[in-house]
Write a protein that binds this ligand. Structure first.
Ligand SMILES: Nc1nc(=O)c2c([nH]1)NC[C@@H]1CN(c3ccc(C(=O)N[C@@H](CCC(=O)O)C(=O)O)cc3)C=[N+]21
Length: 287
C-alpha cells in the first residue's frame, strides 16, 4: 500500500481558477489588485520564491510591485519602502520576504495590517488568537486547505505538529484548534523528550522542523496523514523532514517539494484577492 499524494501543485492550479472568477468580479468594478514584495539581498532560494509569487500573479491578473533592495540595506531603508507600499493605492497587499537579517518584529509591525498578505502582523496574529476575522499566515492555512481538499478528517483528530516557528508551527496550532477545524493539537519541538511517542499516536503529522529525514516510517501510524513542510537544503536541493519510506506507511502524504510550498503561494494569492475584495466592499468569499 502506498500513500495518496496530497498534490499541492494541482490544488494551486484549481485555486488559481477559483481566484480568476473572483478577479473578474473585481475587474467589473475597475479593481485590479496589486501584490507588493520587498526582497533584501540575493539569496537564491528567496529570489526564487519571490519570482514564483510574481509569476503566479501575472498568470491570474494580479499586478506586481516588486522592490529588490541591496543586501546591506539598513532597517530604516526597508521601513521606508514599507511606508511607501502602505501609502500606495496600487498596492493591495504586500510582504517583506523573510529572512532579511534585520529586526523581523520591527518590519512586521510596520506593515498596514489591512495590507498584510502574510498574516504575520502582531494585530493579525492577535486576531487569530482572539478568533476574529483577519488574514491568516499562508503556509499553515495552506496546509489546512490541502488536507481539507483531500477530505482528510480533522474534526476530533489528533494532530501532532513538529516545530514552533512563527510562520508555520505556532499559527498552525491556533488554526487547527478553532471550532471550525476542531482538531486536538500537540505542538512538539526540539525540547520534546520523546517525539516518536507523540507522532505514533497521531492521525495527522505536520513536520516543519527543517531537519532532513526526521520523520521515519516507524514514527508513523499506518494510514495517518503526513505533511512535509521542512525546507532544509542538501546539495542545493530541498531536503524535507519526512523520510521517503514514510510513503509506504502513511495513508496520505504531502511531499516536499510539491505540497506545502505551492499551497503557500495559493493562500498568498487568496489573501491578495480577499484584501482587494474587502477594500472594494465586495463580499469576501469565506476562507
Ligand atoms: N514574508 C515571507 N512570506 C513567505 O511566504 C515566505 C517567506 N517570507 N520566506 C520564505 C518562505 C518559504 N516560502 C515558500 C514559498 C513557495 C515555495 C514553493 O512553491 N516551493 C515549490 C518548489 C520548490 C523548489 O523546487 O525549489 C514546491 O515546494 O514545490 C516554497 C517556500 C515562502 N516563504
Amino acid at each position: 500500500m502506498s500513500a495518496t499524494i496530497l498534490d499541492g501543485k494541482a490544488v494551486l492550479a484549481t485555486i488559481k481558477d477559483e481566484l480568476r472568477a473572483r478577479l473578474a468580479v473585481l475587474a467589473e468594478q475597475g479593481v485590479v489588485p496589486g501584490l507588493g514584495t520587498v526582497l533584501v539581498g540575493e539569496d537564491p532560494a528567496s529570489s526564487w520564491y519571490v519570482g514564483a509569487k510574481h509569476r503566479d500573479c501575472a498568470e491570474i491578473g494580479i499586478a506586481s510591485l516588486r522592490h529588490d533592495l541591496p543586501a546591506d540595506s539598513s532597517l530604516e531603508e526597508v521601513l521606508a519602502v514599507v511606508d511607501r507600499l502602505n501609502a500606495d493605492p496600487a498596492c493591495t497587499a504586500f510582504l517583506v520576504q523573510q529572512p532579511t537579517g534585520l529586526d523581523e518584529f520591527a518590519i512586521l509591525s510596520r506593515v498596514d495590517p489591512a495590507k498584510d498578505v502574510d498574516g504575520l502582523h502582531p494585530v493579525n496574529l492577535g486576531c487569530l488568537v482572539m478568533n476574529e476575522p483577519a488574514p491568516l499566515p499562508c503556509t499553515p492555512v495552506g496546509v489546512v486547505e490541502l488536507l481539507r481538499r483531500y477530505d482528510v478528517p480533522l474534526a476530533g483528530a489528533e494532530v501532532v505538529i513538529v516545530g514552533r516557528g512563527l510562520t508555520v508551527g505556532r499559527p498552525l496550532g491556533l488554526i487547527l484548534t478553532r471550532r471550525s477545524e476542531n482538531a486536538t493539537v500537540t505542538l512538539c519541538h526540539t525540547g520534546t523528550r520523546d517525539l516518536a511517542a507523540h507522532t505514533r499516536g497521531a492521525d495527522v503529522v505536520v513536520s516543519a522542523a527543517g531537519v532532513p529525514d526526521l520523520i521515519t516510517p516507524d514514527m508513523v501510524r499506518p494510514g495517518a496523514a503526513v505533511v512535509d513542510v521542512g525546507v532544509a537544503r542538501r546539495d542545493g536541493r530541498i531536503a524535507g523532514d519526512v523520510h521517503p519510506d514514510v510513503a509506504e506507511v502513511a495513508g496520505w502524504l504531502s511531499p516536499n517539494p510539491g505540497g506545502a510550498g505551492p499551497m503557500t503561494r495559493a493562500m498568498l494569492l487568496s489573501n491578495v484577492v480577499a484584501a482587494a475584495e474587502r477594500a472594494a466592499g465586495v463580499p469576501v468569499a469565506p476562507a
